[in-house]
Design a binder for this molecule. Structure first.
Ligand code: EPU
Length: 429
């Protein structure tokens, strides 16, 4: 069992390089299944969710070659198995992209209901609605989603009732090789949606409008292999920006697309953080006290829900009272109780958190309950006085490449330590 031990209170200084985007990678890897030849993918983040996606693809019969630290080649031309293994699938939300990819290529998919972070109910009704509109029958039996289109998929108009990243990508995948044109309305506009569309287009797909709320997909018969480089991770970059805001310091964050960070930059500037933008980097400086602000999470280009916990930590140290409203998930404040153990003053009522700034946080033993909450607690530990021990760090390592090494290079005192698993110890006694 591993934990992070953080000796907080040190400002962050230096530069850090952002990895490829997790939420693009976990969609592009299954999307590679749709190609008839090998796909070489660059800027792949070294995170556990990617390792899991690659293991799932190998179980299905794809060949994976590691070309170098950030480049892999996926050859899915010999896939014969369209039943994704339950043990792996249940660990990762994005495994549901295999439904769109396998259905789009083989007209049949069997994939267990997905796992991932627990923010309350995570329905997939909009995915099902889209697959059915394209002519598939979808049944959920014993926790397995069975999607079938024996006569092939046909293009259709799909209006999403809620803006969903997952449903937009999944139906885009299924439609890429369907007969005729599909129009997705009320589509999500996140940068990783554009990245998946660009990847598919580089293989010969015909997708227009990704990044707007209407996406038009003209189905093609085949997709060839190709080469593609994943965009930098907007949320990893934002997490380091929030870390500098909370702990103070001066950091150059490299390999970013500043445009994707605008929603985060705008809030940090309101809080008194200085941000300078370059072509592919941002410099973040924070020397003076933080000021309060309000945040409401919304689909892109609104403020990202995946940055809500990290910014809440920074606001917990700001002058005055801030209001945070979670506009995407029904239950994304489970980390607040842990933060309160460190001295934060936050009260949550449904989707709203009232954050009363305190002078400082104090180190404490705390538990990561999901990926971004875990990152937020690491930030709290960096900013706090004294020692913080973060447990359940496997959540964090699902989505942050070498977080300990990157923070250490910025002057943080953070170590990954191994401790005996209490269950194993109890069994041994
Ligand atoms: N929703 C439905 N029906 C559906 C699908 C979604 O009602 O069929 C609702 C959800 O309950 C939620 C909202 O729509 O209230 C948005 O959900 P969305 O489908 O956009 O989320 P997702 O695709 O499951 C992705 C990211 C999440 C991120 C959300 C929102 C991946 C693998 N995950 O999830 O990222 O929070 O979009 O931006 O791309 C993370 O990286 O930490 C993470 C959780």
């Amino acid at each position: 069992m591993f934990q992070y031990k953080i000796n907080g209170g040190k400002p962050l200084c230096g530069d850090v390089t952002i990895s490829g985007a997790k939420n693009a990678a976990v969609a592009i890897i299954p999307a590679a299944v749709m190609a008839d030849g090998p796909c070489r993918i660059e800027n792949v983040p070294k995170i556990n969710d990617v390792t899991l996606q690659l293991e799932i693809l190998e179980e299905l019969g794809a060949k994976i070659r590691v070309i170098n630290a950030t480049t892999i080649e996926i050859d899915a031309s010999k896939i014969r198995n369209v039943r994704a293994p339950y043990d792996l699938i249940r660990k990762i939300r994005a495994s549901y992209y295999l439904i769109g990819a396998l259905l789009g290529k083989y007209n049949h998919a069997e994939v267990a209901l997905p796992g991932g972070c627990d923010f309350g109910v995570r329905p997939i009704d909009q995915h099902v609605k889209g697959f059915e509109a394209l002519g598939a029958t979808v049944e959920i039996k014993n926790g397995i989603i069975h999607a079938d289109a024996p006569n092939g998929l046909s293009g259709a108009n799909v209006y999403f009732d809620v803006v969903s990243v997952g449903a937009t990508i999944n139906i885009m995948l299924a439609a890429a090789r369907a007969a005729g044109q599909t129009v997705l309305e009320n589509a999500a506009k996140e940068p990783h949606i554009v990245d998946v569309a660009n990847f598919l287009n580089s293989l010969g797909a015909d997708i227009k409008g990704a990044g707007t709320d209407v996406i038009k997909i003209r189905g093609v018969e085949n997709l060839r292999g190709g080469m593609y480089s994943i965009i930098p991770d907007q949320i990893e970059a934002g997490t380091y920006m929030a870390a500098v805001a909370a702990a103070g310091g001066n950091v150059l964050i490299k390999n970013v697309i500043p445009k994707h960070l605008e929603c985060i930059t705008a809030k940090l500037v309101e809080m008194g953080v200085e941000i300078e933008e370059f072509d592919d980097a941002v410099r973040v400086r924070r020397y003076k006290p933080l000021e309060r602000t309000n945040i409401k999470t919304l689909p892109y280009p609104g403020f990202p829900t995946d940055m809500q916990p990290q910014l809440t930590v920074a606001l917990s140290l700001a002058n005055g009272t801030s209001i945070v409203t979670e506009g995407v998930w029904s239950n994304r404040y489970r980390y607040v109780d842990e933060l309160k153990r460190m001295g934060a003053k936050i009260s949550v009522d449904g989707k709203v958190a009232i954050v009363e700034g305190v002078d400082h946080l104090m180190g404490a033993p705390i538990r990561a309950c999901d990926l971004r909450a875990g990152a937020a607690l690491v930030i709290a530990g960096l900013a706090a006085k004294g020692v913080t021990v973060v447990e359940d760090i496997s959540h964090i390592e699902r989505g942050y490449e070498e977080i300990v090494e990157k923070l250490t290079s910025l002057g943080a005192d953070i170590k990954k330590i191994e401790v005996p698993d209490p269950d194993t110890m109890r069994e041994a006694l």
